[in-house]
Design a protein. Structure first.
Length: 267
């Protein structure tokens, strides 16, 4: 369900609620004997129940307005998306590859989420905004519990360490991640290289086999709002390594203040 659809739904709810409020005000001031006999029962019924109907409708309107601001603030959403595009351009300048080969995603920490996995209240990193216009519906979330050793993925590792993560990190003599996406470039038995990939990216081998990720390099940047950890920005690429990771971090430092101001509108 996209933000535009939700925005339209919330606006309809607010508009209908406003019409009901006008109707309630008219009904409250109208004498039953002054209207047509056919609508007198309806008017009487509304007047008898208006003491609880009016507050409920007002509460629904207020909730829809707040939900619209919370989930569908288009200005804040688009501004954050543009800043992620800046980071993507810094990471992959003058690159002619399809946009979904090199992505930048903003994840937000949530204490709980509705899901079919165990312990939905354990803490999760949920995608909020992603660069580009494709692969927008992939909403993979990663576990981020209080036990930092169990945090999932590059995003979970970045969250738990509160530091910048680069994979592969050639300064630490890490090997290039294997290519899992294309069958012609992987061995007949995928399990050994899936195990290598899972250990390097902090996910289970079952997760790798289920998702067959295409990314071969990552960079995670922790995001704090008002001094408190808020989420993580993850750069992922199908290239064997992110050549301009230092430039990406410099660009993040330059845009971090306006980015955080925009993020505050999405809370």
């Amino acid at each position: 369900m996209n933000r535009r659809f939700l925005h339209n739904v919330f606006n309809v709810v607010v508009g209908v609620g406003a019409l009901f409020n006008v109707l309630f005000a008219i009904c409250l001031k109208t004498e039953v004997d002054s209207v047509w006999p056919v609508i007198r029962p309806l008017l009487t019924s509304i007047q008898q129940r208006i003491w609880w109907l009016w507050p409920i409708v007002t509460l629904v309107m207020f909730s829809a307005r707040m939900a619209d601001k919370r989930f569908c603030d288009k200005w804040g959403f688009e501004a954050v998306k543009e800043m992620l595009e800046i980071l993507r351009e810094k990471a992959f300048p003058e690159n002619s590859d399809p946009q979904h080969h090199h992505r930048v995603t903003l994840f937000r920490y949530r204490k709980w989420r509705i899901c079919l996995r165990k312990w939905p209240w354990s803490g999760w990193l949920v995608p909020v905004v992603r660069s580009g216009h494709t692969t927008q519906h992939r909403k993979t979330c990663f576990l981020a519990p209080d036990d930092a050793d169990k945090a999932e993925g590059i995003v979970g590792r970045t969250w738990s360490t509160c530091g910048v993560i680069v994979v592969p990190d050639f300064a630490k003599n890490q090997a290039v991640l294997p290519n899992l996406l294309f069958e012609e470039e992987r061995p007949h038995d995928i399990h050994p290289i899936a195990d290598v990939y899972s250990k390097a990216t902090y996910v289970s081998i079952d997760w790798v086999l289920k998702n067959l990720p295409g990314a071969r390099s990552f960079m995670g940047i922790p995001v704090t709002v008002k001094g408190v950890p808020w989420g993580v920005i993850v750069v992922d690429s199908r290239n064997p390594h992110i050549e301009n990771s230092s430039r990406v971090y410099e660009a993040y430092n330059l845009i971090s203040r306006p980015l955080i101001k925009c993020i505050e509108r999405l809370q």
